[in-house]
Write a protein that binds this ligand. Structure first.
Ligand SMILES: [Zn+2]
Length: 294
């Protein structure tokens, strides 16, 4: 089989020379090289080792939402750099760089869509924007998304992908944990379903708040999920190695913090089924609680 036929069929070859950008992609876990179009057809999962490649918010929207159903809300909402913070670089510079690399104004894109024909308020974090860190505007976008879910009676789905709170915003960042948690309580009081999808990585203040508050918590295979990072824990504990599978989705599920681990190419179908299964219960729950406002 010549190289054109191999490329068309998605057969993969170890290529030693420099790879032409945008055509072939190397898997960091197994080292195999994959034709990018074949990888895209496989939901950005390595066909050799099932490694889930990191993907940005746009690809998650394409994978999860019904075709052309996503309408973004509050796309212009962004941080105002409230502390005029600088370390060895100005925070403002980091923001400008992040906007360019992630093609978004904040670390999360929010909007409304349908999944399997059911109305959903969808938020997708993106690590290309300052490691998906949670700033004040990130929290405000999530809060407004929750308000929209309540207004339209939609299921809320948050795709978490974050290094945690954004230290350049200090308390403005940390207070988002409480603000979002309070909003989620209001969503719950209205009997609406909240689903978290934890992707790699989900850490820090995000794990310590809304990533662990879902009625259903789903994780992608192999995703790192925790509060403090592994290197911090090793230093704190004074140890060189952590137990096998430590903070990995499958292990976190075994310990009861995650309900199920679902491969990315099965997510849309699984979410559609779960929402359909639980949506009738939403109305019953709301009736029981009298949709009390908190
Ligand atoms: Zn691989």
């Amino acid at each position: 089989m010549n190289w054109i036929e191999r490329m068309k069929s998605g057969i993969l070859t170890r290529i030693k020379r420099d790879l032409p950008e945008g055509i072939w992609t190397n898997c960091k876990r197994c080292g195999e090289t994959t034709y990018q179009a074949a990888l895209e057809r496989n939901s950005w999962i390595c066909p050799h080792c099932s490694n889930h490649f990191p993907i940005g918010h746009g690809r998650y929207v394409d994978l999860l939402a019904d075709n052309d159903s996503f309408t973004e809300i509050n796309p212009q909402l962004a941080t105002a750099d409230p502390l005029k913070f600088r370390d060895h670089r100005r925070y403002g510079e980091r923001i400008r760089e992040a906007r360019r690399s992630a093609s978004m104004n904040e670390a999360i894109a929010t909007g409304v869509c349908t999944i399997g024909g059911q109305p959903v308020a969808l938020g997708v974090m993106d690590t290309r924007y300052i490691l998906g860190s949670m700033g004040g505007a990130t929290g405000e976008k999530i809060s407004r998304l929750i308000d929209r879910a309540i207004e339209d009676r939609r299921t809320l789905l948050l795709v978490c992908q974050s290094g945690g709170a954004r230290m350049q915003e200090s308390t403005f960042s940390l207070m988002q944990m409480a603000k979002i948690s309070a909003r989620l309580r209001r969503l719950s009081n209205h009997g609406l379903l909240y689903v978290c999808l934890l992707t790699d990585p989900t850490y820090g203040g995000v794990t310590a708040s809304f990533a662990m508050l879902g009625d259903l918590i789903i994780a992608e295979p192999g995703a790192r999920i925790g509060f403090a990072g592994q290197s911090v824990i090793k230093q704190f504990m004074g140890i060189d190695e952590l137990p096998e599978g430590f903070q990995i989705a499958e292990n976190v599920q075994e310990h009861g913090f995650v309900d199920c681990v679902v491969a990315r190419n099965e997510l849309a179908t699984t979410l559609s089924r779960l929402i359909a299964l639980m949506a009738p219960a939403q109305d019953a729950m709301a009736a029981c609680r009298g949709t009390t406002e908190s």
